[in-house]
Structures are given as structure tokens and as C-alpha cells.
Design a protein around this ligand. Sequence first.
Ligand code: 2U9
Length: 344
Amino acid sequence: MKEQLEAIQAEALEKVEQAKNPKELQEIRVTYLGKKGSLTKVLKGMGKLSKEERPVVGQIANVVRDAIAKALDDKSEMLEQIALEKQLESEAIDVTLPGRPVNVGGPHLLTSIVEEIEDLFIGMGYEVREGPEVETDYYNFEALNLPKNHPARDMQDTFYITNELLMRTHTSPVQARTMQEYKGEKPFKMICPGKVYRRDTDDATHSHQFTQIEGLYVDKNVRMSDLKGTLDKFAKKMFGEEREIRLRPSFFPFTEPSVEMDISCKVCQGAGCSVCKGTGWIEILGGGMVHPKVLSMAGYNPEVYSGFAFGMGPERIAMLKYGVNDIRGFYLNDKRFLKQYHKA
Ligand code: 2U9
């Protein structure tokens, strides 16, 4: 019986050795250690043995069973390990492969320019205010010394919504609203950036919707020289310290006197070239001293208070600063155009 047990062990261990997967191992376990397995069969025959032989053979049988069971467990663990290694190998990630490119956006050129201008004026003590794009006739025209039937209203080609409501044609109503809010008492400096609308046919230099930034400073003793100093600082910070400015007389219904400001041409340094159309100067913005009627309509006594105002188009500023030659570039949202102006 001892030889029989040893033969079973040798045979079982050989099969375990050759097993290639968990299924085969399970079959071996059933064949040798199962209820009807060969080891069990031998053990059942132990009854025929003598009293002396029984514990000896029993002990051998236990050793054989343990050896087969251990071999099965070891092999099972080994197969699991091999399977795991195979899986890890197949799922391995090559971290040296280059990544897929991600489309990264950035601020729109107009947004950057508006923020740059805002920062310059915030640095000079101005607050930034916004207002509605759908305005009343009163704030867009009346409060700005453009009464009904004023010829200047013809100049403003307006999108009317009703007789009284319209798309604002400039950001000036924001200033009129601010003055009213401050009740004719508080001195203030403000700028108002925002979208404005005109009934224009779009081309390289015109757009039915564009951006404006207007500024207003109201206090006692505000003078034309304050306007000139402020605009000079703005021009130098925006376009370069070497730039000169000049003011030319102009007309706006809401300012008196009114001016237009030019900066010296960077390309020819005043000599005259195609960029400045031979004049040496480039028009940048308009401004002037707030009309006494506009001050008093908003509740400020023009005998006590005075103010200066100015207005500019950020599209024009961006076009000059970056050599953009078609205003439609700002609105067509062609990524090839926009990408050129993304700051890293
Ligand atoms: C109030 C009083 C005065 C705002 C002003 C301009 C001159 C001006 C335009 C130039 C081209 C803007 O980009 S543009 O269309 N603006 O020249 N704007 S003075 O004056 C005001 C505004 C509000 C209460």
C-alpha cells in the first residue's frame, strides 16, 4: 500500500508539473483528492490493514495528501502570477509616447485691449462702470444735448426698437446715468467699456456692432489741460513713451469745446508715410469739456462743477497697435486670426 501511495504521489506531482491552467489543476485535484479520487480510494481500503500497519500507512497517506495539495496550491499561485504578469504586460502604458494635442483657447484680442485700457485708467483712479445695451431715447440722446429733431441725430444711424427704446449708439448713456446716481454732488472719474450699435453696412472699417470705451471726470476746477495730460499719459502707455499727441478742434454735441486727438506716427516718426496717409499723425480718439447743458441736465451745477470726457474705439486701437486691416476680423471668429494674438 505504501508503494501504491508513493506511485499516486509521483503521478499526481508529475501532472501538476505539466498543468497549464487553473482548469487542469482543478481536474487533478478532483482526480486525486476528491471524494472519488485515487487517494481517497486507497484510504478506504485501510480497513483491511492490521492494527500496527494502519497508523504507519495513515501517516504516509497524510504526507502524500499534503504534498499533492501543496503542489496544487503552489502551481495555482504560480499560474495566477504568470496570468497577472501577462495582463500587466498587455495593459502597459508607454509614458514616453507624445500626448494628444489639446486645443487651448485664450482671451480674444478685443478683450485683451479693453482690459489693458481699463488697467491704465484704473491706475489713474478711474472706476469701471457698465450699463444697458438696450437704452431709452432719453439717456442715449436727450440727456446728452441731442434733443428731438436735433440735426446730430441724423448722424447717429440708430437701431430703434420702439419710439422710446433703442440699441445704444455709444456708451455715453452710462455716464449720464452715473452723474444722475451721484446726484450732482459727488466728484468722480469713470470709464465705461461696452458694445454699441449703429445702422451701418459692414466693411473693412465699419461694423454694425463695435466696442467703445468712454471716460468722464467731473469735479470742481477740471480743465482742458487735465484732459490733455490724461490723454498724453494714456497714449504713451498704450503706444510707447516716444509718441507725441496733438489736439485738433472738433465738434460733439455733448462737449464744448471738443477736440480730436492724434498720435505721432510710429512708422515714419512724423515724416509722413502710407500708414498715416502722409500726415505724420494718426487719429485715435475724441474728447472735450462736458457741455454745461449736459452737466445741469444730470443735476451738476455748471457754475461749480466742470468735467472732461473722451471716447475711443478699442477695435481701432487694436488695429493700429497690431496692424489689423479689417475690423471684421474681430467678429468672424476665424481661429487662425484670433490665435495670433493669444498671449502664452
Ligand atoms: C457724457 C458727457 C460727454 C463722450 C465723448 C467722444 C468725444 C468721441 C467717439 C470717437 C470714435 C467714440 O469710438 S468712437 O465711436 N467718441 O469722440 N466721446 S466726447 O462724451 C461724453 C459722454 C457722456 C455725459
